[in-house]
Design a protein around this ligand. Structure first.
Ligand SMILES: Cc1cc2nc3c(=O)[nH]c(=O)nc-3n(C[C@H](O)[C@H](O)[C@H](O)COP(=O)(O)O)c2cc1C
Length: 148
């Protein structure tokens, strides 16, 4: 059994619901999972010895390196954190109607990679309501549960 921490930022609840679905699947896979809203925490928590860290972020504008509003502080602070040896996966919701679909997921994945983390799963991009992509989300979570 591994211990995983999920931290998510979500403006209208889609990425929050994705985080909950992923957590439920990982718990079913035998792991202990803590889920935190990014507004209730800070990068200090990354000092805690979780076996896997999952970051969820939605996309609200993607011209520059934008992330959703509530994830901005955490994203900026991430630039100063050493993640060497940490195992991280990134997911988040967007809308395929936009040219730059769910780009915040790429921005966060790139940042954690730059800080030395090992990305343990292909970043997961979800089109709006995760309940409508149940198979996609669950398949990703189950694979992740096996990988940690
Ligand atoms: C002003 C605005 C800008 C957005 N920009 C993007 C974008 O560039 N790319 C994208 O994939 N989705 C974009 N979206 C859609 C949201 O990412 C999408 O609704 C997402 O599911 C919201 O997830 P959340 O509820 O977790 O915040 C935008 C939505 C709004 C309202």
């Amino acid at each position: 059994m591994a211990q995983a921490l999920i931290i998510y930022g979500s403006e209208t609840g889609n990425t929050r619901r994705a985080a909950e679905m992923i957590a439920a699947n990982m718990v079913e896979g035998g792991h202990e999972v803590r889920v935190l809203d990014v507004t209730e925490t800070g990068v200090e928590i990354l000092g805690e010895p979780y076996d896997a860290l999952l970051l969820g972020v939605s996309t609200w504008g993607a011209i520059d390196e934008e992330v959703c509003e509530d994830f901005k502080r955490f994203y900026a602070d991430l630039a100063g954190v050493d993640l060497a040896g940490r195992r991280v996966a990134v997911f988040g919701c967007g809308d395929t109607g936009y040219d730059r679909f769910a780009k915040a997921v790429d921005f966060v994945a790139e940042r954690v990679r730059q800080r030395g983390a090992t990305i343990i799963a292909e970043p997961l991009k979800i089109d709006r309501d995760p309940a409508k992509s149940k198979n996609l989300v669950e398949t990703w979570a189950v694979a992740l549960a096996r990988a940690i």
